[in-house]
Design a protein around this ligand. Structure first.
Ligand SMILES: [Zn+2]
Length: 323
């Protein structure tokens, strides 16, 4: 947003420039505020944006765009995107309330992308990686043939180049409009990850963000050498209502949240968005037996390979006894 000239609330009759109590969502102004569902405070959108879409009051994690996420996780200017030309086709001529062809066109127009995944080569604190993120705006981040192919190519690139791989999931699961073709992607991506481990010996970190469900949760998203999650993300295969009806029992509180999965051993750590970049770097360097970097702030010089004690602390509760 431009900082030139008065802002909309400064033009409102009777408002004071400083300390004015301005009613948010005034009908005469553009949508500049967001109400946080975590603490119900109104947050100035500019503040939210500069805080990577995390509420500064209660740390509620709002959804973050795929490009924005890759840009803040990776080193500036290091992103080299791949396979952006791949676009889906309506092989089954599938029609539900709309035809799949129309959905493809509408999602393309809305996002300016050909499908719901973005793959790139990049560096993170100087370490070369292959990284990919779902774009939830494109048909709910669903996985069809193109998404599966892009993930597979990304993992194969990591295998060839002997680089670690990171996948950031935000997905409603397999794309029903592609039927069995989308289900096949679960096996294809999983097989590629096995080759990454067997042939290149490289680690794969899966980051689960809100929401990660269906065929994505049931395949590569849960196959990480490490599985990280953002706080309070919805993670699961089927929705709670379906499970409740199937098993005929009430579900425990917090079911299918990151925190619940951490307590039950399905997730290795919950990491706040602000700590992700450093945490990913630290973990990858530990996997690769590289010395830690001094990472006190974002201005760290990546050529400075001094060994630092400590690093970001993972949120992992100490477990009592058990089997
Ligand atoms: Zn909040």
């Amino acid at each position: 947003m431009s900082s030139d000239g008065p802002r909309w609330f400064e033009k409102v009759e009777g408002s004071k420039r400083f300390g004015a109590v301005v009613k948010p969502m005034e009908s005469q102004g553009p949508d500049l505020w967001t109400r946080c569902p975590g603490c119900h405070e109104m947050i100035f959108n500019e503040t939210l944006e500069s805080n990577k879409n995390v509420c500064p009051m209660c740390t509620h994690h709002f959804r973050l765009g795929a490009f924005e996420r890759l840009e803040f996780l990776c080193d500036e200017g290091s992103l080299d995107y791949h396979d952006e030309h791949l676009s889906p086709t309506d092989r089954l001529e599938f029609v539900d309330s709309k035809s799949y062809s129309d959905r493809i066109k509408a999602s393309g127009k809305k996002t300016g992308r050909n499908d719901a995944f973005i793959a790139a080569s990049a560096t993170i604190f100087g370490l070369p990686i292959e990284i990919g993120s779902f774009d939830f705006r494109y048909m709910g981040g669903s996985m069809g043939s193109v998404v599966g192919e892009m993930i597979t190519r990304m993992v194969e690139r990591a295998t060839e180049r002997k680089r670690p791989c990171i996948i950031i999931s935000a997905s409603g699961g397999a794309r029903m409009q592609e039927g069995v073709l989308s289900l096949m992607q679960m096996a294809k991506t999983s097989a590629a990850l096995t080759r990454l481990k067997d042939e290149a010996g490289m680690p794969y970190i899966s980051l689960l963000t809100h929401p990660t469900t269906g065929g994505v949760a049931a395949s590569f998203a849960m196959l990480g050498d490490l599985i990280l999650a953002e706080p309070k993300a919805l993670i699961g295969f089927a929705g709670p209502r379906v499970i409740k009806e199937t098993i005929g029992q009430d579900l425990p509180p917090g079911f299918q949240t990151s925190e619940y999965l951490l307590d039950n051993g399905m997730v290795d750590a919950i990491v706040n968005r602000g700590d992700l970049r450093k945490t990913l770097s630290t973990l990858l360097r530990q996997f690769l037996n590289l010395p830690s970097l001094v990472q006190e702030d974002e201005s760290v010089n990546t050529s400075n390979r001094a060994v630092a004690a400590g690093g970001p602390v993972l949120v992992k509760p100490a477990r009592g006894g058990g089997n």
